[in-house]
Design a binder for this molecule. Structure first.
Ligand code: GLC
Ligand code: CA
Length: 569
């Protein structure tokens, strides 16, 4: 595999609205981010992905952009953005913007012009269809956020397509003018000095040639949008063009949000000369995929997590580099999702961090993950901000769940879980703002916060620092970054173990997610011998050791161990 500058880095996702508020209006902002750059530097972060901060009505919290060349006033100014890029650079940190170009906002100028003149230039920027006199919609596709994908184009007899919310009209990528605008914008931002982009919802840009109905899969008579994605062919033409015209000239780093690539397409996406540098490993999300709604999601436990991880590595092999995550702004908190109530303690959080962080791939840490932030209890539907959670609640109630059951579903799946204010300290509002936070903080901030963990050697935060330091340690870096990923397939329930095999060293990574001591037999060496012992490079405060071909882990123990091969006799 050709080595890239970003392979040995560590990335961090910031959700700016909830990261740090600098002026007391309750909304996180760019000056807030700047004030925490030293924190990120000390943690060991090299790449920061900023969720959208462009001008936006914030209907989908910034994933609905009304001006791609402006910063939303609530987050700051273009000057603040330039300052952030420069200050980050001083600290060796690269900034990634979020590229949201499957759709724009219905408050974008293009859309307004399309409403004024649907047959003119800007009408062709969107997917418009004439309204049927009988009221039948062009297709029965259900938008990701619920309800039909079609909405009346204000002031006209036409409908427009939105695969997300109605305030997010889909851009028509078949139109070369649209693509030209997108590439122009990418280049403009690259010129500003950012390192690249995280690329939002990108698989949706290609629609099938023929728009048709699919069998309804719920009582609403609609069908999942996934059906149309399966019928869409030829996305590669768009993505290859974007790579060549916009990313390549700047050697931009790009991380794709790709859920539904087709069988065998992985090399095209992130192989050599792929469309993107990397894409996220969403195998856990694919595993739990909702059936009739969020309430119907398949629960993920540690064993499912391990199986997802192992199969993802099998799939990717040497093709490219995944970006690895346990959470992001669209998912519940990893510690809550993957560790059930009985095992959600600090040791287990550190064990989880260990086994995900030392995989092969580019690790992304989502803000607050590094202190083990957790889901919050959603007490009523009124306190929800996230539009998709509001829909999921309705779907659950319509399917016959009680209010209590529906709220329980949201407490475990709502996107708001990840969007509560970052917990900096035990001061009022978790030290996030001196005003009223836009979203209620998680009441557990008195116990879980940065300040408390900074002062403590055995905290989750300190553990993340150690993990990052180990990944960057010249003695082991080559193995941790590029070594093969060899799963220990038969490690048993609630255990995760794998080897990272480098050119001349092998590192065992293992985590025990039970309260009991466990012994796991390791695979044999290439020439059939047992591993004799090993040197612990990192542990989570619990004991771990290797002896005579097996690893022994304390309850909730986790470690990275440099294995010693038996001397040849
Ligand atoms: C992506 C984003 C999500 C957003 C959606 C629509 O999935 O991560 O937050 O709601 O795209 O832009
Ligand atoms: Ca603010």
């Amino acid at each position: 595999m050709e080595k890239k500058w970003w392979h040995d880095k560590v990335a961090y996702q910031i959700y700016p609205k909830s990261f740090m508020d600098s002026n007391g209006d309750g909304i996180g902002d760019l000056q807030g981010v700047i004030s925490k750059l030293d924190y990120l530097k000390e943690l060991g972060v090299d790449i920061v992905w900023l969720s959208p901060i462009y001008q936006s009505p914030l209907a989908d919290e910034g994933y609905d952009i009304s001006d791609y060349y402006a910063i939303d006033q609530r987050f700051g100014s273009m000057q603040d953005m330039e300052e952030l890029i420069a200050e980050a650079k001083k600290r060796g940190i690269t900034i990634l913007m979020d590229l949201v170009v499957n759709h724009c906002s219905d408050e974008h100028e293009w859309f307004k012009k399309a409403c004024e003149d649907p047959d003119g230039k800007y009408g062709k920027f969107f997917y418009l269809r004439d309204k049927d006199p009988e009221g039948k919609l062009p297709t029965n596709w259900r938008s990701y956020f619920g309800g039909p994908c079609w909405e009346q184009l204000p002031g006209t007899g036409k409908l427009y397509l939105h695969v997300f919310h109605k305030k997010q009209p889909d851009l028509n990528w078949e139109n070369p003018e649209v693509r030209k605008e997108v590439y122009k914008n990418i280049r403009w931002w690259m010129e500003k000095g950012i390192g690249g982009f995280r690329i939002d919802a990108i698989i949706n840009i290609k629609k099938p040639e023929v728009f048709r109905d699919y069998p309804a899969d719920r009582d609403d008579g609609l069908c999942s949008i996934i059906n149309m994605l399966k019928d869409a062919r030829g996305i590669g033409e768009f993505l290859g063009e974007m790579r060549d015209k916009a990313f390549k000239p700047y050697d931009a780093f790009t991380a794709g949000e790709v859920f539904n690539e087709k069988e065998g397409e992985l090399p095209l996406f992130i192989g050599e000369n792929g469309y993107f540098s990397t894409m996220f490993d969403f195998s856990v999300e694919m595993y739990e995929r909702e059936g009739r709604g969020w309430f119907d999601k398949r629960p993920v436990d540690i064993d499912a997590f391990r199986d997802c991880m192992f199969s993802a590595h099998k799939k990717i092999g040497d093709i490219g580099f995944y970006s690895t995550i346990i959470e992001n702004h669209d998912e519940p908190r990893g510690a809550s999702r993957l560790l059930n109530d009985e095992i959600r303690n600090e040791s287990a959080k550190k064990a989880l961090a260990t086994v995900y962080f030392l995989r092969r791939g580019l690790p992304f840490i989502y803000q607050g993950q590094e202190i083990g932030m957790e889901n919050k209890k959603i007490r009523s539907v009124e306190e929800l901000d996230d539009i998709s959670s509001i829909d999921a609640y309705k779907v659950a109630i319509d399917a016959g769940l009680t209010e209590e059951e529906a709220l329980k579903t949201l407490s475990s799946h709502s996107r708001d879980n990840a969007r509560t204010p970052m917990q900096w300290s035990d001061e009022m509002h978790a030290g996030f703002t001196t005003g009223e936070p836009w979203l209620r903080e998680n009441p557990n901030y008195a116990a879980i916060n940065v300040k408390e963990q900074q002062g403590r050697e055995d905290s989750v935060l300190s553990h993340y620092k150690k993990l990052i330091a180990l990944r960057k340690d010249p003695a082991y870096k080559e193995t941790i970054v590029y070594g093969d990923f060899v799963p220990c397939e038969n490690c048993g329930g609630s255990l995760i173990a794998y080897l990272r095999k480098g050119v001349d060293q092998t590192i065992l990574v293992a985590g025990n997610f039970t309260p009991d001591e466990k012994t796991v037999e390791l695979p044999l060496t290439a020439d059939g011998r047992r591993y004799a012992g090993g040197k612990v490079l990192l542990d989570n405060g619990r004991e771990a050791s290797v002896e005579d071909g097996s690893v022994r882990l304390d309850g909730f123990g986790a470690a990275a161990i440099l294995l010693e091969e038996l001397k040849k006799s």
